[in-house]
Design a protein around this ligand. Structure first.
Ligand code: SF4
Ligand code: SF4
Length: 110
């Protein structure tokens, strides 16, 4: 069976934090702990003085929502992403998506 992962198209991430809230509620994590962190990057860009990127990245606490997966549901973060910029699936499928999606990150837990 192929290993699963998350593909995040961070070009479309608005930094809304819905993924982090959904993850925290799903796992009942205490304050300060979460399966995903959204970091804001502000930098100089080529055609504009300042650009802002939000990069959501799963942490060591991410278990890919195994309980939801076993019930045939999407991970909580994928379901609640406001920009629909997160995908869950097998690494084989996600690598194929990644080839046509610049500015994306692929995550697979250990
Ligand atoms: S897949 Fe589940 S555990 Fe991992 S970041 Fe998303 S909501 Fe959290
Ligand atoms: S829910 Fe989606 S758009 Fe909002 S911060 Fe998370 S990845 Fe970005």
């Amino acid at each position: 069976m192929s290993k699963n992962g998350l593909l995040i198209h961070y070009d479309y991430c608005t930094g809304c934090q819905s993924c982090a809230v959904a993850c925290q509620q799903e796992h009942d994590f205490p304050a300060g702990k979460c399966g995903i962190e959204v970091t804001e990057y502000v930098y100089e860009a080529i055609r504009k003085p300042v650009a802002i990127d939000f990069l959501p990245f799963p942490t060591e606490l991410c278990d890919l929502c195994i309980n939801r997966y076993q019930q045939g549901e999407k991970p909580a973060c994928v379901k609640h992403c406001q920009a629909a910029c997160m995908s869950f699936g097998s690494l084989t499928e996600l690598v194929q998506q990644m080839e046509i999606t610049p500015r994306s990150v692929l995550f697979s837990p250990r």
